[in-house]
Design a protein around this ligand. Sequence first.
Ligand code: IMP
Length: 183
Amino acid sequence: MGQNKGEQALELLISRAEIAEAVTRLARQLESDYPQEMPLLVAVLKGSFVFLADLVREIQRPVEIDFLRLSSYGGGTSSSGSVRLRMGVTTPIRGRDVLLVEDIVDTGLTTFYATRYLKRNGASSVRVCTLLDKPARRQAAIIPDYVGRTVPDRFIVGYGLDFDERYRQLSDIYVMTGAGDGP
Ligand code: IMP
């Protein structure tokens, strides 16, 4: 069933129930992989704020969070290829295990940049947890350690992911078809 939001058509890809299952599975995996202490969760803004909020509430242990803001996409549906740091973390990360929390790993350039930034600032380990993995368009050698769902090479919106700042508030995940999606 599609949902039409103006000029773009949205096709349901992952329902909120399936997202919840993926989040629960990831939380259990993290709890078992970090038996002593949870790593510092560093979420990449803006897209991962919804995923982070659900993930921390599912993890049954004390957990600290911080945020990074990077930009790669302009206003369209394909990566501009250049990543800029817009806001760094404020938590001291030297010697800490860090888990980078991403909404989606697409080309991998953002993840590559963020991982390098965290290591340069002294993180003792950096693992990557992404809700969505879109491996078809990878340009950087990134293999996320934790993946909620692998998605096809389509433009995805909802559950934090936007197109021109729209659709972040949707509870389910959709493929965007129509304007801007290419042939
Ligand atoms: P990457 O650097 O190409 O891996 O892309 C990272 C960022 O681009 C993500 O954190 C998203 O904000 C955005 N992005 C990549 N693919 C999509 C998509 O299908 N829909 C919405 N945003 C996307």
